[in-house]
Design a protein around this ligand. Sequence first.
Ligand code: PLP
Length: 457
Amino acid sequence: MSPEEFRQAGYQAIDWVADYMARLGDLPVKSSVEPGDVRAMLPAEAPALGEDFADVLADLDRVILPGITHWQAPGFFAYFSANASGPSALADLVSSGLGAQGMMWDTGPAVTELEQHVLDWLAVEMDLPEKFRGNGVIQDSASSSTLCAILAARHRAGGIDALPNLVAYASEHAHSSVEKGLRVAGIPADRLRSIATTPDYAMRADHLAYEIVKDKNDGLTPFFVAATVGTTATTGIDPLTEVAWVASNFDAWTHVDAAFAGTAALCPEMRFLNAGLETADSYVFNPHKWLLTNFDCSAFYVADRASLTEALSITPEYLRNPVSEAGTVVDYRDWQVPLGRRFRALKLWFVIRHYGVEGLRAHIRRHVAWARELTEWVEADHRFELAAPTVVSLVCFRHKDGNKATSRILEAVNQSGRAYLTSTTLGGQIILRVAIGSPQTERHHIEDLWNLIQSAA
Ligand code: PLP
């Protein structure tokens, strides 16, 4: 494809995406294809000869769109949002066009330095502790960030030789990525202690202390504590100050997973989310969840970068270069599992410059305000009860008549095509989760959802 052909095809592709964005509100939110439907529309063999780009684009409508659940639809309230935006999509396009590799400063100075810079911008605007500034890196996901935190903690605790004795801790509501990261790092599930929570689904620091002391007395090495700011089920907030205090008393690493909720700390009135963070060793939040930045973009900060880079750095001859050897630059290949890395910082740069920090704050504040309103509507309806406090923009509730009634509502909402919800189970009770965070959602979409829920109740 010559540059001129790219230009022409590019116009068509951008037109297609812009049209898609414009009609998102009219599409059924959840795909209703059956397993195998999409593959059945694809030719069995790859084309031997190249095809016209227009034909490929036409197949987006025919083959792909029916099999898409529209995460950017205004009626998408399932899971947690996965924000996309125009500036972010354009940055991804530029990144792909550049095709630059940022594995080391030397292979892409701008890739590295822009990443350091925008992560510092965010650290300042979110009022993250001073120690995280200059120590940020973009990972593909919160799961990878947590894995890196585990690998750094394992290194600090003695590395692979210490493996047989290592024990980790997380609340019973921590994300499954903690267990997965431990498994990858060689620490089996029976070495992950599940810590009990309060009625608000926050980790009980006294139970954590009890488990750690018990393990210490048994000759084991507590090495890693995962605290969550915004659990997946209910956005429960672990008490970071107490948790990190207990962990640090036993030389265990405290990692804070704020994948979804962390973004809200951009707003000064939500800074309670950062309380106690100054005692943590590492922190992750996902701009790709709530900061108008397309997947993948996970911001990971580490206080002691040496533990991370010593755990992950291997330097074969072919990667040696004078600037790295002089030690004056950051080589992000040592901050992650893969060697290669693309130019993700462009997304944050485009997004922050397009919306401005105040624009990003407004994006979050709208969702938080609507979540509070919805919470009040739930409280005012005698048929429903809240299942957890509304901390940021996730509202959790159930029908008082029980699981059957709650499931009936879930089904009715999802079958309507106008909205999409997912549920969770707490203490045997099915709970509806309304996760507000889609860029195109307006207040009337929340009203529409509430009407749907009420008429199915
Ligand atoms: N941690 C929490 C608290 C989450 O809610 C999620 C996903 O929703 C994750 C981690 C995993 O995020 P990722 O897909 O970026 O690995």
